[in-house]
Design a protein. Structure first.
Length: 403
């Protein structure tokens, strides 16, 4: 499994070295895993002498991809997303650019030899258990040059931030990267009775990696339209600063206000229910926060009395017609994020309930929507505005077995 993945990475790196272009465009996600992935790749490529253009995306939207693939002869890297849409990237690329996908979500094989899908899912590793996007990018950077071993702690932060633990601890490749950071003296693993705590060593003392992941999530998610991702990359490389602390505190105030107002709406009856799904729509009320925040809000309420623990949870948010660094792009779409209660998580892991990655993409595709990064316990897709209720109906049909 891992050996085959590393071999594929080394093959892609050989092609990369022969490619005439010496600038790289890195597209990465805006959560803690995506920001650490973007950081690792940016530094690794700069160390090789490449000029790096970095773009932070909430999702690899088709409208953005079409614009990206108007280019020819470029090196395009996708980190922490795009594994599932390798066929789409292949169709858009048509052999014109060298594309590398360093994702960890459920993936499909590429149909273009110049689109290298290096998603560990294709090599038998589970993205919601074994390996994060950051660890995938770290392994790639390590295959590129062993000097990049010094970024193990950044990869570990992304793995912890993504929150996929087994019995309270990181496992498989995520654990290996954390142990490497321990060996370098940059992370301490503190064992408790039923879980482990991961502590990042910094100039300000030890920082809990979960809290640091939350810090990055705030910068990348709440601050998406306010240059938060750029600050997140700086923090990954240089550590927290008074400037980043101020930005995070200001963003927390925005998030708390918006979340509290939405909770009040749900308490007033805005939560709608079907036999297996409970859902709500925030419209444009979460702006200026990024659309990642609909998932963060679902996370915040999934274990509260507001939610029926035996139903799937879904939230919709309108996607703003703007991508930082790209300018105006017309979407006319909503994002749906889905989460599950601790009870439903147990049912899914035990095989007694269907994972989100099974029925949400299927229902989305039936409505002509876009699906990419979906795990069994967390998932998100997009559909056209006005198709929200139809999407819920399609998911109910699939879950009932009528599809």
């Amino acid at each position: 499994m891992l050996t085959n993945l590393i071999n594929a990475m080394e093959h892609a790196i050989q092609e990369l070295k022969q490619w005439p272009e010496k600038s790289v465009q890195v597209f990465h996600h805006n959560d803690s895993d995506g920001l650490t992935s973007g950081t690792i790749l940016t530094r690794a490529f700069e160390r090789q002498g490449y000029v790096v253009q970095r773009f932070c995306l909430e999702k690899p939207y088709p409208a953005v991809l079409r614009k990206v693939y108007e280019q020819k002869g470029k090196i395009l890297i996708f980190a922490d997303f795009a594994g599932r849409i390798a066929p789409l990237l292949s169709e858009l690329n048509k052999g014109r650019n060298l594309t590398l996908i360093l994702d960890h979500h459920v993936a499909e094989a590429s149909t273009d030899p110049r689109v290298h899908n290096l998603d560990p899912d294709l090599y038998g590793l589970k993205g919601d258990r074994d390996i994060s996007g950051s660890t995938t990018c770290y392994l790639f950077a390590l295959a590129m040059d062993s000097v990049n071993r010094d970024m193990a702690h950044i990869a570990a932060v992304g793995a912890v931030g993504d929150g996929f633990f087994v019995n309270g601890q990181l496992v498989s490749q995520n654990r290996e990267v954390a142990l490497e950071a321990v060996k370098q003296g940059l992370i301490e693993i503190r064992k408790h009775e039923t879980w482990e705590q991961y502590l990042l060593k910094s100039s300000k003392g030890q920082i809990n990696c979960i809290e640091f992941g939350d810090y990055l999530d705030i910068l990348g998610g709440v601050g998406y339209y306010q240059k938060g991702p750029d600050m997140g990359i700086r923090v990954c490389l240089e550590g927290v600063s008074p400037e980043s602390d101020r930005m995070v505190e200001e963003l927390k105030v925005i998030r708390t206000k918006i979340f509290n107002e939405e909770i009040a709406r749900l308490q007033a009856g805005a939560l709608q229910k079907t036999p297996r799904i409970q859902w709500f729509h925030v419209e444009k009320r979460f702006f200026p926060m990024g659309v990642k925040m609909i998932g963060a809000f679902c996370d915040a309420i999934k274990d509260t009395d507001l939610i029926d623990p035996m139903k799937y949870l879904a939230g919709f948010q309108v996607i703003p017609d703007e991508i930082p660094g790209f300018g105006a792009i017309t979407f006319n779409e909503v994002k749906i994020s889905m989460r599950v209660s601790p009870y439903m998580e147990g049912e899914i892991r035990a095989g007694r309930a269907t994972g989100l990655n099974i029925f949400l993409p299927e229902a989305t595709n039936k409505l002509g929507g876009f699906s990419d990064a979906c795990h069994s316990l967390t998932a998100a897709t997009t559909v056209a505005i006005g198709k929200e209720e139809k999407l819920i109906e399609e998911m109910e049909k699939i879950l009932k077995g009528d599809s």
